[in-house]
Design a binder for this molecule. Structure first.
Ligand code: GTP
Ligand code: MG
Length: 201
């Protein structure tokens, strides 16, 4: 059985965050790392979250409400990509403010899935995000994206290198491909466990 999935809203300022208290999981990472593609694959809904070859496509926190066949409702949040140089300073500040406010104050946030492209070593903004999540004591998972773009035999060691570089336990990492669906079942299981633990938010 598949989940019911509904787009709720695009949030561009903290006062627009949904009032409804459901457990939520947010997906973060640099622009173009594959957040929207991953959400579409995870939910088996091509075209749900808008993807693009142009970085900076997702400019808001996009809320999706999920009704799984076998558990309580929850929200998945597609976060705006960071580190995109071409947006103007004013827009970038607004994003930064939104993301900062969100991570600091969102009580119903159970965990953040932070995406890193398997083809590149983690960048300064990835370190910053991990430090930020630790600082605010937000549980997180590292997902290595675009696994189809590297040799299959290289995936485990590449993921391990990323875990070591970010000083993260390798058990808190998953390799994923939105192209092939690799990692999808493992990630879904993690999502279901995480939201059921966060049910009393
Ligand atoms: P922003 O919204 O700009 O932050 O980007 P995003 O992180 O949501 O990335 P998005 O999902 O839009 O994907 C960016 C590009 O990477 C698109 O051209 C996708 O088709 C491609 N892409 C994403 N995931 C994968 C993957 O697993 N494999 C391959 N081969 N391409 C991918
Ligand atoms: Mg996106």
């Amino acid at each position: 059985m598949t989940s019911k999935v509904e787009f709720v809203k695009s949030v561009v300022s903290p006062d627009q965050l949904p009032r409804e208290r459901l457990p939520e999981i947010a997906f973060a990472g640099r622009s173009n790392v594959g957040k929207s593609s991953l959400i579409n694959r995870l939910l088996a809904r091509p075209g749900l979250a808008r993807t693009s070859k142009t970085p900076g496509r997702t400019q808001a926190l996009n809320y999706f409400r999920i009704t799984p066949p076998d558990g309580p409702d929850f929200f998945l949040v597609d976060m705006p990509g960071f580190g995109f140089a071409k947006v103007n300073v004013q827009i970038r500040r607004r994003w930064e403010h939104l993301i900062e406010q969100y991570l600091q104050t969102r009580e119903t946030l159970c965990a953040v899935v932070h995406l890193v492209d398997l083809r590149h070593p983690p960048q300064p903004l990835d370190y910053a995000m991990v430090a930020w999540l630790r600082h605010y004591d937000i549980p997180f998972l590292i997902v290595g994206t675009k696994a189809d773009k590297i040799a299959r035999t290289k995936v485990p060691e590449t993921l391990l290198q990323i875990a070591e570089t970010l000083n993260v336990d390798s058990r808190d990492t998953i390799a994923f491909s939105s192209e092939t669906g690799a990692g999808r079942d493992e990630l879904w299981q993690w999502v279901m466990e995480t939201v059921s633990e966060g049910q009393n938010v």
